[in-house]
Design a binder for this molecule. Structure first.
Ligand code: ADP
Ligand code: MG
Length: 671
């Protein structure tokens, strides 16, 4: 009812036991209202129905135990200001020393006689000792809440006791637990799908006070479903509004430009490429603007597809904007598009904010072609295209390359520069299905499954740095066979030599000598645009045989004669990124070699890199990355444009995400 207050909006400040000081502590955790507190997710749980006996504690094994404090005090060392606070816990079977370094004020929180729960890892058994364990003093009267049950352990802030927050949550659940509304969409949706789920109110109760550990996952899933439904509603509503309101110009073309383009191209399109183009042409013919994601592994030939799509729009009288994430890539596209389209009488203009020359050259080209009665245009550029000063006329198609490097907001800003232009976004990052549905739920997806024929294999090897001399010898052999090589570093400058992370500038000087008389070039993001172009042109022309670079080589370079890729400190990169970088080789007929050097000998990082030896399937690599490193790699904050998920865990929620999609889709159909 309008005007009626939602009980979950009740401020915590002023509720029994919550004074100004507590309220400001809660505020630091962004807990202001009853509803906020309900969604404060415990970081973990302790099963306090079962405690280890102190006598049974094992070295280095995390354990939960409890007992009575029989002694406590601070010891200070004579030298300096070092101190140790220690108490001794006794449970009748044995004694446990709990110690904290340099936190003398801890003394005031513990008294002899306190019943105390301790969670930690014994780091010695003689005497039994835990350093910096988690603790909680239990007061006799509160036993029901803090003992003999599974208890939530919350993220805290300074001065806020675990016990106090737990009691507050308990009391507030008593008072407001029944006021948690059931979202309509979830209820109707879940019964339609035949999914049995907890109610939201039940889920919140079990999130904080589960009866069994399994309850916590059931609760998480229920709350995650609500999050996914919200996300999907936003995405699908946007699509629906677009469908209702947006009227785009039909841009399916008449082939008068594509025909001569393909004839001059020098190769035939693959079946995948023609298949994708057929899908795209169908979209572009319709009255609703196309919104399509083209996924294709590195080297699968997305650029040619983009050119054909651009030609469809140009044939229909519309102009085109193509945005790429880096200057290197934008300039490369610009060169390709000029080579392909200028003979057809289309002007291709470059816009890259930071380089004045870029724009000037572009305008020069434009002037050049005025005489050709140019009234059709392709703008190629970086983020400069998103800036206010850029006001394209008759923008009928927006193409975004390497979409994962942009945010949704940037993409939409460019789209709004036209009147409902068609949109094609391209990415070489194989997006795991879960993420695809979440991030790109508003896009149709096409996949370039097949790469152009006649390419050699890529063989990948993982080595530790003791193997480097052999690696350089191997590279030299390949160079003497007439091949070229990349050597990639994760850093430009060494800030942190202690960690063994090498920097490209320093290594360049070493490697230049190692590989003489072959010539080495240096490429990194901070070079001036002309310098970058010079180095890349020299490498492309084989004046330079070894390109020593940072991950800027990740996109754009296309040199079929380069068949060796050495990546130092490979452990510093995500697998998906390594896959991208590796995609620079394997573009010619010869077999290629990728050698990943892991610094140090940490088993974990070597195991992770071994996946690269096993597979060149970008989707498998991406799934693996998602499993190992979480969605951060794919979900840069600005990238997703989505609210953060508190309960959703993308790497294991595929079924839930699909349910949410289905629920929202059914619901929108009814409207
Ligand atoms: P990506 O999908 O990584 O953007 P590119 O578009 O840069 O790949 O294409 C990689 C290389 O493959 C380019 O040199 C391109 O000219 C070439 N190529 C694209 N399609 C074909 C094809 N059908 N046959 C042969 N070579 C092709
Ligand atoms: Mg590309």
């Amino acid at each position: 009812m309008p005007g009626e207050k939602n009980p979950l909006d009740t401020p915590l400040l002023g509720l029994p036991g919550v004074g100004k000081e507590r309220a400001s502590q809660l505020e630091r955790l962004e807990l202001r209202t009853v509803g906020d507190l309900f969604l404060h997710r415990p970081g973990r749980y302790e099963d306090r129905r079962h405690f280890e006996k102190i006598a049974g504690l094992k070295l280095n094994e995390p354990a939960l135990t409890h007992g009575k404090i029989i002694a406590s005090g601070v010891r200070r060392f004579r030298k300096g200001s070092q101190s140790i606070f220690e108490f001794i816990l006794d449970d009748g079977t044995g004694r446990l020393h709990c110690r904290w370094w340099n936190l003398p004020f801890m003394e005031k929180y513990f008294k002899v006689g306190d019943e105390t729960v301790v969670f930690g890892k014994p780091n010695s058994l003689r005497p039994r000792t835990m350093d910096h364990p988690e603790t909680e003093v239990i007061q006799a009267l509160e036993n029901s809440l803090h003992l003999n049950r599974i208890v939530p352990i919350y993220p805290l802030t300074e001065g806020l006791p675990q016990r106090w927050l737990r009691s507050l949550t308990w009391r507030i659940l008593e008072q407001f637990g029944n006021a948690v509304p059931e979202p309509k969409l979830t209820t109707t949706g879940k019964s339609a799908l035949g999914v049995s789920l907890l109610s939201r109110a039940e889920a919140i109760r079990l999130l904080h006070f589960p009866m069994e550990i399994a309850d916590t996952e059931a609760a998480r899933r229920r709350l995650a479903l609500d999050e996914y439904i919200e996300l999907q509603s936003a995405i699908q509503t946007r699509c629906k509004n677009l469908e209702r309101n947006a009227r785009s110009v039909s841009c399916s073309g008449d082939n008068h430009l594509i025909k001569p383009f393909l004839a001059a191209l020098g190769f035939h399109l693959t079946d995948s490429q023609t298949g994708v183009l057929r899908e795209i042409r169908r979209d572009m013919a319709g009255p609703t603007p196309m919104r399509r994601l083209l996924q294709g592994d590195v080297g699968s030939g997305k650029t040619v597809v983009a050119a054909c799509v651009a030609l469809m729009a140009l044939e229909s009288g519309a102009n085109v904007a193509l945005m790429a994430p880096t200057e290197i890539l934008a300039e490369q596209h610009w060169r390709n598009f000029r080579r392909w389209l200028e003979p057809l009488g289309i002007a291709v203009e470059l816009r890259t904010g930071s380089t004045k020359t870029g724009i000037e050259t572009g305008q020069e080209e434009l002037r050049l072609h005025r005489s050709n009665v140019v009234n059709q245009k392709v703008w190629v550029g970086t983020h400069a295209l998103v800036q206010e000063g850029f006001t394209p006329e008759k923008l009928g198609l927006v193409i975004i390359d390497e979409q994962h490097k942009f945010g949704v907001a940037q993409r939409e800003t460019l789209v709004r520069k036209g009147a409902y232009p068609h949109l094609l976004v391209m990415t070489a990052t194989p997006i795991p299905r879960t993420l695809g549905l979440t991030l790109y739920g508003d896009l149709d997806i096409s996949i370039l499954a097949q790469s152009p024929p006649g390419r050699g294999k890529i063989k990948t090897f993982v080595r530790d740095s003791t193997g480097l001399p052999k690696v350089w010898k191997f590279v030299a052999e390949q160079l003497s066979k007439g091949r070229q090589a990349y050597v990639v570093y994760s850093r430009l400058e060494a800030e942190d030599t202690a960690a063994g992370v090498k920097a490209v500038e320093k290594e360049f000087h070493n490697l230049e000598k190692t590989f003489a008389p072959w010539r080495a070039g240096l490429l990194h993001g901070r070079l001036k645009s002309e310098e970058k172009n010079q180095v890349m042109a020299a490498f492309e022309a084989n004046h330079v045989q070894v390109l020593i670079a940072t991950s800027v080589v990740e996109v754009g370079l296309d040199v079929p004669n380069a068949t060796v890729m050495v990546i130092e400190n490979a452990e510093q990169f995500g697998l998906a990124q390594l896959h991208q970088i590796r995609g620079r080789i394997g573009r010619g007929k010869e077999d290629s070699y990728c050698i990943l050097i892991a610094a140090g000998k940490t088993e974990d990082s070597i195991q992770r890199l071994k996946i690269m030896e096993e597979t060149s399937d970008g989707f498998r690599i991406a799934e693996e990355d998602l499993r190992l490193r979480g969605p951060g790699e794919f979900l840069g904050r600005e990238q997703s444009g989505a609210p953060p998920l508190r309960f959703g865990e993308l790497s294991r929620d595929i079924a839930l995400i699909e349910q949410a999609r289905e629920i929202v889709r059914e619901n929108l159909k009814l409207k």
